[in-house]
Design a protein around this ligand. Sequence first.
Ligand code: AMP
Ligand code: MG
Length: 487
Amino acid sequence: MKALDELTFDNRFARLGDAFSTHVLPEPLDAPRLVVASNAAMALLDLDPAVAETPVFAELFGGHTLWAEAEPRAMVYSGHQFGGYTPQLGDGRGLLLGEVYNEAGEHWDLHLKGAGMTPYSRMGDGRAVLRSSIREFLASEALHALGIPSSRALCVIGSDTPVWREKQERGAMVLRMAPSHIRFGHFEYFYYTKKPEQQAILAEHVLNLHYPECREQPEPYLAMFREIVERNAELIAKWQAYGFCHGVMNTDNMSILGITFDFGPFAFLDDFDAHFICNHSDHEGRYSFSNQVPIGQWNLSALAQALTPFISVDTLKEALGLYLPLYQANYLDLMRRRMGLTSAEDDDQKLVERLLQLMQNSGVDYTLFFRRLGDESAALAVARLRDDFVDLAGFDAWAELYKARVARDGEYSEEQRRKRMHAVNPLYILRNYLAQNAITAAESGDYSEVRRLHEVLSKPFEEQAGMEQYAQRPPDWGKHLEISCSS
Ligand code: AMP
Ligand code: MG
């Protein structure tokens, strides 16, 4: 276990120089205080969880002090936003404080979001508000606990600093961690500004640090791009299987590592709805739940375009062709498991599609359905779940197919079935209304609800005593909360 001042820094991105990032110091928050910290994320830095409660912790992550070895930098990037190219974005309110490596030798970027203005702030104030910082914190850690690759969050620091959005709010900072903060948009920036030397430096950096095994391949950059395609196909399969809607899949919010990145108006589905749009500002539904699949490919094509100086167009196209089949295979595999199946049959995709259509028509809770499906034998479970459906004949027909499919799958006890299914079907997910309850309490200075919710979501597959209220469908007020882009 380390004390806060014992972290070891190795700032590899900062060493790439001023063409890639700019030195900026964090702008401190007034009266910084700990809102919530993640013990699991602390462990990644070998930090003793007790240090989160010390005043120096809030001062560090509230922008008041810094380690001597930290080299805070605002990174430059660009990206396609809602389909259109924005030539210059960059860290407008976040700073890469430095890269830390732990005793296992893993490097973690420490990125402080809400740290004040930078050369890339454009019209913004460089700040983040408490509500969006809490949402990012909860989502990062909840996704990780579900087994969905994501950037991590160490803590949220609250403050008295006023920040103006639609109304006056309070500033906060979230300390985000990832092995890298490089986005698709980093490559696009150097491609569109026609800086081939810097682009080569960036590509070498990513290859050496994050895809070293691709060095062994005849075409290392192509191997790296393929790997990025694969990771994104797997990631988006997990989003779709677990009902996660990112909301702002711009290429500047896509990680080069294939992890969930940059949280804004995201949501987990309550009722299953393929057309769900979680971003209130997304009028055309570009980033609706089901569109995430083709948009994943669109974003990879944008990255491919930026890699044309290194890789031939034909081979890039070939690699892009891997995305959809890989996505489908991964998705189907996950959905089979969610249905409790251990074998594969050709018609399984249809079985899933029919079920989702029935859920869509009846507004069935996506998470609770699968959890309950595993509570007992297939026959008993479908008999109990039947009441949730409006189209009873349709559901009965599906249930017959499902029971027959389960019978062909093999012999196992109810207990084995429950164990296996509950290990992949969470009881607790980050429903928007749960986040909203925690935010409302936190805005009035009570952080206990954020902490409890974080705790519950860190073990989403385990039924926890006294936590029934976190495993319910939303009340009416919490069903269609409008989450805007403002953060
Ligand atoms: P996002 O929608 O959070 O992914 O942000 C898109 C771009 O706008 C990024 O370059 C952000 O750093 C920048 N940005 C967002 N909010 C602010 C803000 N309050 N101040 C300065 N820049 C911001
Ligand atoms: Mg962003």
